[in-house]
Design a protein around this ligand. Structure first.
Ligand code: CUA
Length: 340
């Protein structure tokens, strides 16, 4: 190949590489990783992107050069030169991609194995999904159950996931992984949080009318703050157990059934706004023209019977009609105690 040709090819290739590199690096395609697993996934992503940019630059250079250099001139009706293969080139364009694809496979397999590795010392969190709420419980802390995921930084956690109804999918973009929750089977996900902060949890599997509302938050805390939070939760549960408002059973039913994921209710300390504020149940019952206790009970087992102004039907799960009677009684008492 003549030297002038090579210089031009390299120049075009570098220009193409510069443009694609700029698009890759200056557009924020990925969120800042908040887990070690996300770091490894990002590494694989950039490894593959680097290779892709190099291949793209090579192909673009050859195409652009050929289009300009070998275009047909006006009135040129002659045939092209007869060319029969080029063994060196053919070996090169077979061997190089083979090496690159093997490298991608090895890097991916290593990242996947590391991401699934679960150290002996880890925290377990059970994740439960239902239309359209998340609940998280910590077996290590007497089954403490909440609607926001809280994790201590640096400690690997194994999430064991169950769905109560249809297929949902757990996704925290900053943690880098998604995991489906499928009725009837247990799925797992390993997360090692490495950055403090509050990150969105989204359901990323279309699961019904309220899919877009099936959101929560993952809060990564310092270990001391996490321990203090656990203690405070346990204390609140213990004092509620002695209190008049339906006792601990009511609060436990409220949390474990995911009520706190959608409703604000001061006695439970929940602040979600997907469904109506349960501190106003007495006023709601008056508007519905019904006595409070039957109104609340009916609204739990048959959510579409009365829809509060400003809210949509079919968003609240209708699965609570199968709640055990004891739990339902405790829940109704918890929601109506001290109100008229
Ligand atoms: Cu659950 Cu979408």
């Amino acid at each position: 190949m003549r030297r002038g040709v090579l210089v031009r090819l390299v120049a075009v290739g570098l220009a193409a590489a510069a443009v694609t590199s700029a698009v890759a690096f200056f557009v924020p395609w990925l969120p800042t990783p908040a887990s070690k697993q996300a770091d490894r996934i990002d590494f694989v992503f950039w490894f593959v992107t680097g290779i892709s940019i190099a291949i793209f630059a090579l192909v673009a250079a050859v195409i652009l050069y050929s289009v300009v250099r070998f275009r047909a001139r006006p009135d040129d009706d002659s045939d092209g030169a007869p060319i029969h293969g080029n063994t060196t080139l053919e070996i090169a364009w077979t061997a190089v991609p083979a090496v690159l694809v093997t490298a991608i496979a090895v890097v991916s397999a290593v990242a996947l194995a590391q991401n699934e590795h679960l150290p002996k010392n880890h925290l377990q969190v059970n994740v439960s999904a239902e239309q359209f709420a998340w609940t998280f419980s910590y077996p290590k802390y007497k089954g403490l159950t909440v609607s926001q995921l809280r994790l201590p930084i640096g400690e690997t956690v194994q999430m064991k996931m169950h769905s109560k109804d249809v297929i949902h999918s757990f996704w925290v973009p900053e943690f880098g992984q998604k995991q489906d929750l499928v009725p009837g089977i247990e799925t797992k996900l390993v997360i090692t949080p490495k950055r403090l902060g509050t990150y969105p949890i989204a359901c990323t599997e279309l699961c019904g009318e309220g899919h877009a509302l099936m959101r929560s938050e993952a809060i990564v805390m310092k270990p001391a703050a996490f321990t203090a939070w656990v203690k405070a939760q346990e204390k609140a549960a213990a004092s509620a157990a002695q209190g008049p408002a339906g006792g601990g059973a009511g609060l436990a039913a409220f949390n474990s059934n995911g009520c706190s994921a959608c409703h604000t209710y001061k006695p439970a300390g929940s602040t979600a706004t997907t469904g109506p504020d349960l501190d106003n149940l007495a006023a709601d019952a008056r508007r519905a023209g019904q006595p409070l206790v039957p109104f609340v009970r009916k609204s739990i087992v048959d959510p579409n019977a009365y829809i509060e102004k400003g809210y949509q039907p079919n968003i609240m799960p209708d699965t609570f009609k199968s709640l055990p009677k004891q739990q339902l009684d405790a829940l109704v008492q918890f929601l109506t105690a001290g109100k008229k």
